[in-house]
Write a protein that binds this ligand. Structure first.
Ligand SMILES: *Cc1c(COP(=O)(O)O)cnc(C)c1O
Length: 303
């Protein structure tokens, strides 16, 4: 593939304004058009590894997952087959593939619908990587890339932030980043000399702490978890999510992401007054998924 080489370029830092405050914005969405955001960070290790002893990459998760799309690109670059396991698909998506699902198919993903997905998920997600029904020639990557292998690429992000802060004479900085599985936020805090704040999107703080503990038992490496006042259900379209996404995207003429950014931005707007000094927000990419999110907002009559 000529549009991506195995060395991902550093992401630039821009400025953004949001509700009367100026922030630094780390543009991980600009790492590469096909392979970007925190999935590029989390899969950087594999991108730089010799995977020629494998025939295929195997993973599983949601039908609109950013990780799924990124892995389809990784498999293509590495000349491997990509098998993806998921819950039975909604008929409309099967007939009219859109968003991450469509692009992953274009990159050659094979998918397998599992009526007993939950059972499969439990086995696959066990901490020991013992369960491997696909054989030795398959590289298993857990849902969302929640893996120790993610550390190396996220450490690079921390290095880039240190270097940038040095060059710009910034001594005190606070980082805001979204969490799904919490893998990125955890490894970022582990390698960063600045404080990392994160907002749980998939579950609550308790879920996120459990996730941190699966990857690292040293709680001094854990980021600070900031909740929003209101509770939200992951993946559900909320009018205020769309509104905050539209507001910040238009104000800065930068497209933000509709699944993880809104709740994190609500948390940012609720908590930023307590944080002195410069704040850096991480744009973790994933805007390919906006297409399907926007379609759902329209379908529900929210926009
Ligand atoms: C996957 C993803 C996340 C969640 O990352 P974790 O490491 O699982 O916490 C956040 N934002 C975007 C855009 C993502 O694609």
């Amino acid at each position: 593939m000529d549009y991506i080489d195995s060395k991902l370029k550093e992401s630039p830092v821009h400025e953004m304004t949001f509700r009367g405050r100026t922030y630094f914005l780390k543009r991980d969405d600009l790492i590469n058009p096909f392979f970007n955001g925190n999935k590029a960070r989390k899969f950087d290790y594999y991108l730089n590894s010799d995977l020629s002893s494998y025939k295929k990459i195997v993973s599983y998760g949601g039908n609109q997952s950013n990780a799924m799309f990124s892995l389809s690109v990784l498999a293509k670059i590495k000349n491997l087959q990509f098998d993806y396991y998921l819950k039975p698909l909604p008929l409309f998506l099967k007939k009219n593939p859109v968003g991450n699902f469509k692009y992953a198919l274009e990159f050659g993903m094979n998918y397998f619908e599992l009526p007993n997905y939950e059972e499969f998920f439990q086995k696959m997600s066990s901490p020991e990587k013992t369960y491997d029904k696909s054989g030795k020639d398959a590289l298993l990557i857990r849902q969302g890339g929640a893996e120790k292998e993610a550390e190396q690429g996220v450490e690079k992000m921390a290095d880039e932030i240190h270097k940038w802060a040095d060059e710009n004479g910034i001594k005190k900085l606070s980082i805001f980043i979204q969490s799904g599985t919490g893998t990125t936020a955890l490894y970022l805090q582990k390698h960063l000399n600045f404080k990392v704040y994160t907002t749980p999107n998939i579950g609550n703080s308790e879920y996120l702490l459990k996730q941190f503990a699966l990857l690292d038992d040293d709680s001094s490496n854990y980021p600070v978890i900031l909740e929003t006042e209101k509770k939200y259900i992951f993946g559900k379209p909320y009018k205020e999510y769309y509104d905050i996404w539209k507001e910040i995207s238009e104000e800065n003429t930068i497209e933000f992401e509709l699944l993880y950014d809104p709740k994190t931005l609500i948390a940012l707007s609720e908590h930023n007054k307590n944080i002195k000094g410069d704040i850096m927000y991480i744009h973790s990419g994933g805007i390919v998924g906006n297409e399907t999110m926007l379609a759902r907002y329209k379908y529900l009559g929210l926009i």
